[in-house]
Design a protein around this ligand. Structure first.
Ligand SMILES: [Zn+2]
Ligand SMILES: [Zn+2]
Length: 254
């Protein structure tokens, strides 16, 4: 399986518009963070987790012109679903399945009714919305995906286990059964906003602690803000198996 981090930034991206902090001014390309999303590919399957407002730019950067078999939504906040309209090129030939929990599904139906009605206007994304509850499992072309409950502050949202990879963004705490369901993962992506506590996101320190409570798998931090130091300085402070993710990073599992 190949995993590509399409975006690793928090909701406003990095650099933040108008900011002149050392991270926003950094020349290191790893400090340029589009909004959070990841792409999982095997020989047969291509799965997208979240569809950020930067999705179009992310696909162009990847130079990807293949299919997408399914989209898994973690929650309905704009930074995770704002690119759904740009799924058009990936749903010309067939309805593209979109998985979300019932709360996110309801919000998507309200916000994108034209993509989700029976008789769609020609050219709009042809989506088929499916609801997932915590611990539901779906198999897409040989890849098993498990929906995992996590708390985003007071909002219950979903993380996913995709094969041997865990992907949890925008979280303060794991929900019931999530840590157990992540046992044995060989790779983990965890949301980590900054060092200062935040009501709806884990800090880097909390993410490191959570990674440890799951196992000693390599762990990549995602959904970072400009409040962290530039990449090289911040990475030097992390334990040796914890890494700052960055846009375009490709990871492989046999
Ligand atoms: Zn977010
Ligand atoms: Zn800044």
């Amino acid at each position: 399986m190949k995993i590509t981090l399409l975006g690793t930034g928090t909701s406003c991206g990095v650099p933040q518009i108008g900011c002149h902090c050392s991270t926003c001014m950094s020349n290191d390309p790893r400090d340029k963070r589009l909004r959070c999303s990841a792409f999982f590919q095997t020989d047969e399957a291509a799965l997208l987790v979240d569809c950020s407002p930067d999705f179009r730019e992310q696909m162009l950067r990847m130079d990807y012109d293949g299919m997408i078999d399914a989209v898994f939504v973690t929650h309905e906040h704009y930074d995770h679903v704002g690119g759904i309209d740009d799924l058009r090129p990936f749903s010309y030939m067939h309805d593209l399945p979109l998985y979300a929990d019932p709360y996110a599904a309801e919000h998507l139906r309200t916000r994108l009714p034209y993509c989700l009605v029976e008789n769609k206007y020609p050219g709009v994304p042809q989506l088929r919305l499916h609801t997932l509850h915590p611990m539901d499992r779906v198999r897409v072309k040989g890849v098993e995906v498990t929906a995992l409950p996590v708390m985003h502050g007071r909002l219950p949202i979903l993380g996913y286990r995709i094969g041997d990879v865990g992907y949890l963004t925008d979280m303060t705490q794991a929900g019931e059964g999530t840590l157990e369901a992540l046992q044995g993962v060989r790779l983990l992506m965890l949301g980590a906003l900054r060092h200062e506590p935040h009501p709806t996101h884990q800090t880097i320190e909390q993410a490191v602690e959570m990674a440890r409570s799951i196992g000693n798998q390599p762990t990549y931090l995602i959904h970072m803000s400009h409040h962290i130091a530039p990449h090289a300085r911040e990475q030097a402070l992390l334990p040796k198996d914890i890494f700052l993710g960055y846009d375009g990073l490709e990871l492989r599992l046999d």
